[in-house]
Design a protein around this ligand. Structure first.
Ligand SMILES: Cc1cc2nc3c(=O)[nH]c(=O)nc-3n(C[C@H](O)[C@H](O)[C@H](O)COP(=O)(O)OP(=O)(O)OC[C@H]3O[C@@H](n4cnc5c(N)ncnc54)[C@H](O)[C@@H]3O)c2cc1C
Length: 397
């Protein structure tokens, strides 16, 4: 089957690419004869599970608004503030007159976004697993469990474990974080000490990040977000480790998470723990080969927090513009994609976050982490506001 554009993977990066393409160049979605020029292949069926805490920062909402989409249609919980902590002290951030973090469930969010894309005429084929991606001088052959597809260009949007990157850039360096996540009821069930229903009460409605595991060699943090599942209030806990201190002796990744949950009255052993890697961005990584572009986690998410939904939506906007340029000129080399990504508002925030990741987690001593989170509040807030957040408004296609 022949298409002009094949998008491999229907998470936020792939769906954002398709939706932005529809916005920028609807003629690339459907031919004058009414046939599809673009096809998105997704291995699962919506609503499909995706391990993710579902925290949407304002930039994600800004990009969705630019597409005429209102994410409040998706079931969500709003966190009024985000608290960043190290060993009991830290700083609280809240955005004036609005929520600080909106928390969705990814099965619901991705299914909603896919429905919006289908409503705009984008063809999505679910239940198709890509096995191999073979670019050549005239196009790309994509081999799947349901036969072969051929296209002028391919967008690799198949996430941190995706096959596209492995096929087209097998030797590219990877920076992969380890992540564990667990869902619990909003309040702990009564239990023997240290687990108690009274504990954990004070944290309702606020998103918590605690960097206490850093001196132990976990280059990351534990989190505790409010959440909802089928309308029931829940909490989403997890631990993130960039692996930057992998040379140090480290505890098992679940141990600091169990410790943090116990401090708030929850018993990790009573809940199902799941893990998934996150590939994080490095400016040195290649992002395309002729006829194949990568987007989302296939390139890399934010290294500091592993925040990748807004980032994936942003990659989609840039990739759509690259595709329009390629079809206008007939040059499918994508040789300028990496440079344009680096110069964009998305590339700038990713670069700053990459630099902070390397500094913040490498300076792992207790004294430094204490000093940083307790006394640098104005600097952290101003720096984040200018260099880390608010890039969504500045992202031009
Ligand atoms: C535990 C955890 C917690 C997280 N919490 C947050 C958070 O709170 N906020 C935040 O912003 N980010 C968070 N992230 C990161 C975020 O989930 C990712 O950055 C984001 O999902 C990237 O989007 P994507 O579209 O690039 O990839 P994905 O969302 O992974 O989508 C890839 C899609 O491709 C499909 N696919 C994969 N392989 C194939 C194949 N061979 N054939 C066809 N289809 C395929 C998959 O089924 C999937 O639908 C978290 C990640 C983890 C692991």
């Amino acid at each position: 089957m022949e298409y002009d554009i094949l998008i491999l993977g229907g998470g936020p990066a792939g769906l954002s690419t398709a939706l932005h393409l529809h916005q920028l160049a609807p003629h690339l979605i459907t031919s004058p004869q009414g046939t599809s020029r673009i096809l998105l292949l997704e291995k699962a069926h919506y609503p499909r599970p995706k391990l993710c805490a579902g925290g949407l920062v304002a930039d994600a909402e800004i990009i969705l608004e630019g597409l005429g989409l209102d994410v409040s249609e998706v079931p969500h919980v709003d966190a009024s503030a985000a608290h960043f902590d190290f060993a009991g002290k830290g700083l609280t951030v809240s955005v004036p007159k609005r929520h600080t973090l909106r928390i969705i469930r990814r099965d619901e969010f991705d299914a909603w976004l896919a429905k919006k894309a289908e409503n705009r005429g984008i063809e999505i084929r679910q239940g198709v697993t890509v096995r191999d991606v073979q670019p050549d001088a005239d196009g790309v052959t994509v081999i799947t469990d349901q036969g072969e597809f051929r296209a002028q260009v391919v967008v690799g949007a198949d996430g941190s474990n995706g096959v596209t990157r492995r096929c087209v850039l097998p030797d590219a360096p990877v920076h992969t974080a380890r992540v564990l996540e667990v869902l619990t009821p909003a309040r702990p069930l009564p239990g023997p000490p240290p687990f108690s229903a009274k504990m954990g009460e004070g944290r309702v409605g606020v998103a918590y990040f605690d960097f206490f595991p850093v001196p132990a060699g976990i280059a990351g943090y534990t989190w505790d977000f409010p959440a909802q599942v089928n309308g029931q209030p829940m909490r989403c806990w997890g631990i993130y480790d960039t692996n930057l201190l992998a040379h140090k002796p480290r505890p098992a990744l679940r141990d600091p998470l169990a410790e943090e949950m116990a401090r708030h009255g929850f018993d990790l052993s009573q809940h199902e723990l799941k893990g998934h890697p996150i590939r994080w961005y490095s400016p040195r990584n290649p992002v395309s080969v002729p006829r194949v572009l990568l987007v989302g986690d296939a390139v890399g998410a934010d290294g500091i927090f592993g925040e990748g939904i807004s980032i994936a939506l942003g990659y989609g906007k840039l990739a759509a513009s690259e595709l329009v340029g390629a079809f206008n000129t007939g040059d499918f080399s994508f040789s300028g994609y990496r440079r344009r990504l680096a110069r964009s508002a998305l590339g700038q925030t990713l670069f700053v976050r990459w630099a902070i990741t390397r500094i913040l987690y490498r300076l792992h001593w207790t004294w430094f982490q204490k000093w940083f989170w307790r006394f640098w509040k104005p600097v952290i807030l101003a720096f984040s506001w200018i260099f880390v957040l608010n890039w969504g408004k500045r992202l031009k296609p």
